[in-house]
Design a protein around this ligand. Structure first.
Ligand SMILES: *Cc1c(COP(=O)(O)O)cnc(C)c1O
Length: 460
């Protein structure tokens, strides 16, 4: 019988030094590899058979556990930063951001409070302030990095409703029977999810023929639904098409109403960094809150959404948690990120973006984003030129949606499966107005025109 050794997992020992080296070596190889295959999912039974039991009383040891990860588990995960990953919204973290993500863990940073994480919070706030400035929001705007756009949208809308309640309370008025949030009919599914969680009604407003939410349609909805509306949500770059709503028009419609203006820019708002499309976002500067996901077009690893309030005090009023053990934090005037969203303990997930921005500079981001927009336009022109293809819409940002004439849904499904089976590309079918189509979400700066035309060739 060996003696129990409660310190074994934490001690500075040869065993632990070797474990750390193994993991860092693997990470270094993966970060610097340019031939990680696309990979693909495997059925649960196959993974169980190949991996065998992994959680055991005695432990497998790091060599065995890492080997199972490298040879069984990782190959069953699609390589989302692969240049031919073009589905959904890809991720394409910079080398600096990915590497620094290791530092965030290694340093055991606590990102919830100023007391515990002042240095990390300062760096995250540098990024948030820089973004707010790019968006034209006033000095003093700020917020927090949350897990994703879904939680960012929810946290913003909760703050919006708390502000509406406050106004009703101040006037001594009874709340409306049902609070409402006005949004585009094609707003991201996370808005409907937030409405469900908050038990409020999402009022969908029709877009124009170009898929754009316009001010006059929002004005009509506000007139119809009156004081029960606590927020209007516009989209700064739709996920399906990259369409930017008429943000200035919507801001104009909202002005004069006691209504919070939120912009969901999870995918697209990063494009404001590119001079090519900056003008399309006019009106952002009037938002009460915005979100943008660094894990999308700001080249950060999963998971990070920047939530920015025009007046952070409103976010704080809505979200600060009060508890006896927290009083020492919440009684202070210091900036604690936990106070600005529906969360408490948090990773300093904004730091990889901070390190990468600090390392390469903002201009490198502008260039990388611009290159994807240019590539999207180039491949859109190629699709228009090719016999048998129809471009569904001119791309605004870097999403290209097109049809292969005469194809049924089954054709697209088979084609998509074959692309992944052949490890050539990951392009899942999408649909619009009941018609199946193909969609390239171009975001990774290492994606080339030749990658894309080779995919078009497979549809001949
Ligand atoms: C991706 C996306 C979201 C959701 O963000 P997550 O980080 O996936 O939670 C919300 N809105 C838009 C427009 C998006 O593209």
């Amino acid at each position: 019988m060996t003696q129990p050794d409660p310190k074994r997992m934490h001690r500075i020992s040869d065993e632990n030094a070797r474990i750390v080296d193994l993991v860092l070596d693997y990470s270094r190889r993966r970060i610097l590899s340019n031939d990680t295959p696309l990979d693909k999912p495997a059925p649960p039974a196959e993974l169980a058979r190949l991996a065998g039991p992994t959680v055991t009383e005695a432990g497998l040891g790091a060599d065995r556990a890492l080997s199972i990860f490298e040879h069984v588990l990782a190959p069953a995960c699609i390589t989302t930063d692969h240049p031919q990953y073009l589905s959904f919204i890809p991720v394409a973290p910079t080398k600096a951001a990915t590497a620094f993500d290791l530092v965030v863990s290694a340093s055991a940073l606590y990102g919830g409070s100023w007391l515990e994480g002042a240095g990390a919070v300062h760096a995250e706030n540098e990024v948030l302030t820089w973004l707010a400035n790019e968006f034209g929001l006033p000095a003093g705007a700020g917020g927090v990095f949350v897990q994703g756009g879904t939680l960012g949208n929810l946290s913003a809308l909760v703050a919006a409703r708390e502000e509406a309640k406050r106004r009703f309370d101040e006037r001594g008025e009874a709340y409306p029977p049902r609070w409402k949030v006005v949004c585009g009919a094609e707003a991201h599914s996370s808005i409907a999810s937030a409405a469900r969680i908050m038990d409020v009604e999402a009022v969908p407003v029709a877009h124009d023929e170009g898929g754009v939410l316009r001010g006059d349609a929002v004005a009509a909805a506000l007139a119809e639904h009156g004081a029960s509306v606590f927020a209007v949500v516009a989209t700064g770059g739709s996920t399906n098409f990259g369409i930017v709503d008429d943000l200035a028009g919507v801001a104009e419609a909202v002005r004069g109403h006691d209504v919070w203006f939120h912009i969901d820019g999870a995918y697209g708002l990063a494009a404001m960094l590119s001079p090519l499309v900056r003008d399309r976002f006019r009106g952002v500067e009037q938002a009460d809150s915005v979100i943008v996901d660094p894990h999308k077009w700001l080249f950060a690893p999963f998971d990070a959404c920047a939530l920015i309030y025009r007046d952070p005090a409103a976010g704080r009023r809505a979200h600060t948690q009060h508890a006896e053990y927290l009083d020492t934090l919440t009684d202070s005037a210091e900036w604690s990120p936990s106070d600005y969203a529906a969360h408490l303990t948090r990773r300093a997930r904004g730091l990889p973006t901070w390190f990468s921005l600090a390392t390469y500079g903002a201009a490198a981001y502008r260039d990388a984003i611009t290159s994807s927009i240019e590539l999207a336009h180039r491949v859109a022109a190629e699709i228009e030129r090719r016999e048998g293809f129809t471009l569904v819409r001119q791309p605004q940002l870097a999403v290209v949606v097109f049809e292969r004439d005469g194809w049924t849904k089954a054709d697209y499904d088979q084609w998509s499966l074959r692309l992944l089976e052949d490890q050539q590309a990951f392009v899942t079918p999408s649909s619009h107005a009941g018609r199946t189509n193909a969609r390239f979400a171009i975001l990774n700066p290492t994606t080339t025109f030749e990658h894309l035309t080779a995919i078009l060739d497979t549809m001949a």
